[in-house]
Every structure is written in C-alpha cells, then in structure tokens.
Write a protein that binds this ligand. Structure first.
Ligand SMILES: [Zn+2]
Length: 442
C-alpha cells in the first residue's frame, strides 16, 4: 500500500501539475450563453486562426504562471513551457498544455448523450468509491493497460488473442495529442476491437488530470466527457476507472465523487514501473518476476502497465503470457478476477440518440434548431465555415434556444482547433469536410 504512494512523487515528476489559477476558460462543459468563452468572439476568431505557428518565434506571446499568469489569446493554447500557440505542442494535455491559461484540446466536449442525469445504481458484488488493489481469484493475473488507445493497441490485441488472454484497458479520451477517441478512426476501431474480443474497457478520464486537484464539478466533467466519448463508440460506458497518477483520495472528496458517479476505483498490486525506464525490458521483467514470486503459488496479481510504451505493451506482455501460463495461472480481465459479471462492467445511457447529426447539412438538430457547417476543402474555407459556425451560435443564443446552442458551440470549438491544425500537422490532416467528422453531405 505505502509503496504505491511512495511512487507518486516520481509519477508526478513525469507530468505537469494542473495549475490552479484564474480561468477565463471555465474547465467544464461550455456554459450556456455568451460570456468569457473564447469561441464566442466571432470577429477575433478568424484572425487568430489565420496566424497558426508551430515553431517558436521571437514575438510569440507568452502565458502561464511564469509569465505573470498571462492568458493566451482567443483560440490559442498555453504550452507547458508558457508559449501561446496551436497544435499538439501547445494544446495537448497533460504535458503540453496549461488548461487555465488558454484553450486545450481537452476543452472539447464529445457529442452524443449527456450522461449527467443518468441513474448510477450500484450493481454487482464489487465495492464502489474505494480503491481495489488486487484480484480476488487465486492464481489469476489481471493485465491492465493505461493511457491508450495507442499505436501499440492493435499489436497488443494480436498478442492477447494468440494467447487466448483477456485484459483491461483504462482508456483516456483526449490526451498526448492523439485526438479524441471517438473522432479518430483508428482509436474508434481499436476500442471496438477491444470490446469485441472480450477485453474490459475502463475509464482513465477524458484529459488525464490529477483528480485530487479538481473541484467536484470538474471531476464529474472529467469522467462524463469520457463516458460520452466511449458511449459514442460502444453505446455504453464503464463502471471501472483508474485515476491518473492513481490520485483520488477521501480528503479531496474524489472517492465520494467516484462513488456517486458509480465507479469502482482501481489501483494495482504490482506496478510494472514501465514508466520509470520505458525501454528497459529486463528491468520490467525483474520487477514482474519479483512481484510474482511474492504472489506464488496461490495468490493473485493486478498488474499496471502503460500501453504507449511499446517495450511494456508488446515485449513485456509476451514474456508475462509465456511465463504465467507455464505456471498454471490464468490471465483475465480485472472484473473477471473480481468475480464481477460482464453485465456489471458498463452502463448504457438511457438516451441513445446522438445530440448531433450530420445529415444534409444539419449538424445539430433538437428543439427546432438546425445548425449547419459550410463545405470546406481548404484552410481558408475551413476558417470561413468556422466563422459562420460561431455566427450561428450567437444567433442561437440571441434566440434563447437553450442547450442546443452549446452543442453547436462544441462543434464550432472542435472545428476551430481542426482548422487551426489542418494542412500543417504531421501526419498531415487535410482541410476537408470529410476528415472533420461533421460532413454536411447527405
Ligand atoms: Zn495515465
């Protein structure tokens, strides 16, 4: 137990602190109505979108606590080192973006059912709102992978499949510049495959914050955004979560919040320590061997790995699967090794109709409002379409059409980031409607 917490300072050193500071960007789902939100200033938006830069320039605006708490301009992000700009070097959480000093890619709210009003009854024998440190089934190993999906997911799934083993994936919604899981085709297919092949999908939050440092409301947002994104892919969302950095305690109220949100909170019995030395397979093997030595012959193990470290996800997994099956142990999902029936692994949102549609130019349709995105095939047209998008949000707000205006604004915000990065990023994203994800073609 204590060893877990002893490691946290090291984990912290790998990631930036979430800064508490005056925020012009309320770090929650966008508020209804105009106000201080950056996207609402229709006049300023296109100019900023036109000045995209990815390399630091002499006159590049500065931001953040080291710069007198300066905020970035509309539509731009404050990098981890305090420069304003766009693209993943500035906007990707958790390392490269300071949420309270500008926009971050995690400020987007997924479309699809809002889960905030969902019933979250306790179901099954596993406790809610308290840490789980190990499996309960003897001679069973639960493999768990954080921070995915990643470029290693498909190969890892191949390895698990050939061993006939199932694992648990704690997925994060929009981190490390990988793009939103429900809007990036390779992540959508990776998560669908995890589910189809019998693996368990848990939540690792939308944006990988330290949950102890957030308000109760923002913790809810961090969980619900990921629920929406996962539900957009699988039409269900998890009841198991692992807090980033495994930080979630009683003092902050985090465990109570997770209980209220209906989550089992997962730690580990053995940390692979892949994060400490991501290329060192023999160190990971040693860590695993000694942990297993203590669990043999009839114990169990809940192992934590990180999917984005390929030596861990691929090589260490191969070693473990070979080793453990020779010892007669089973490999299973976490829920299976806790004796929790599959019907308790997820909740199904009661509202299954998506909030947004992309039929015939109408991207948001409820309460009689139909927002549209103009077709765009290049960067200029993308910016033009985005300006029009925000004009419609203003019109919508002027007409007091309620929450539907927020839905449209979410799309505009997402388009704003897309327009800022398309045509310049590597790998190149073309500035085309079909890649944006909200086609206005029938
Ligand atoms: Zn993580």
């Amino acid at each position: 137990m204590y060893s877990l917490f002893a490691l946290l300072p090291i984990l912290h050193s790998l990631f930036p602190t979430v800064f508490a500071a005056p925020s012009f960007l309320n770090h929650s789902e966008p508020a209804y109505c105009p106000g201080g939100n950056p996207g609402n200033d229709v006049q300023a938006q296109p100019a900023l979108l036109g000045s995209v830069f990815f390399k630091r320039q002499a006159d590049q605006p500065r931001c953040g606590p080291s710069q007198g708490n300066q905020l970035c301009g509309l539509g731009t992000c404050c990098s981890g080192t305090g420069f304003c700009g766009t693209g993943s070097d500035f906007c990707s959480v958790p390392q490269n973006c300071q949420p309270n000093y500008g926009f971050c890619d995690s400020d987007i709210t997924p479309t699809g059912p809002d889960t905030s009003a969902e019933q979250r009854n306790a179901q099954g024998p596993v406790p809610y709102g308290q840490f789980i440190f190990n499996c309960t089934m003897p001679q069973t190993l639960a493999l768990t992978y954080d921070d995915g999906p990643s470029n290693n997911t498909q190969e890892l799934l191949d390895i698990l499949m050939s061993a006939g083993a199932n694992a648990t994936f704690f997925v994060s919604g929009n981190t490390n510049g990988k793009g939103a899981i429900d809007r990036t085709p390779e992540w959508v297919s990776a998560i669908k495959r995890m589910d189809a092949e019998g693996h368990q999908i848990g939540s690792h939050t939308w944006s990988h914050p330290d949950l102890n440092n957030l308000s109760s409301e923002d913790r809810g947002v961090a969980m619900r955004k990921n629920e929406r994104a996962i539900a957009n892919i699988l039409n269900k969302y998890p009841t198991y979560m692992r807090p980033p950095y495994e930080n979630c305690n009683s003092e902050s109220g985090c465990l109570t919040d997770m209980n209220n949100l209906g989550y089992h909170v997962v730690a580990h019995s053995l940390d692979s320590q892949d994060w400490a030395n991501p290329d060192n397979l023999s160190a990971m093997v040693d860590t695993f061997d000694s942990g297993l030595g203590q669990a043999l012959p009839n114990g169990s193990m809940l192992l934590m790995q990180h999917e984005r470290f390929s030596v861990s996800a691929i090589n260490l997994t191969r070693y473990i699967l070979m080793d453990i099956t020779q010892r007669g142990w089973k490999v299973s999902t976490l829920a299976d090794c806790l004796g929790d029936d599959t019907r308790n692994w997820y909740r199904t949102p009661s509202r299954t109709e998506p909030a947004t549609m992309a039929i015939d130019g109408c991207v948001v349709s409820r309460n009689g409002f139909c927002g549209t995105l103009n077709v765009f095939t290049n960067k200029q047209e993308c910016d033009d379409s985005n300006r029009n998008c925000y004009t419609q949000v203003d019109d919508c707000n002027s007409a007091n059409k309620g929450a539907v205006c927020d839905d449209m604004k979410n799309i505009c915000d997402f388009q704003s980031l897309y327009c800022a990065s398309c045509g310049t990023m590597t790998p190149n994203i073309s500035c085309e409607t079909k890649d944006f994800g909200f086609s206005n073609q029938p």
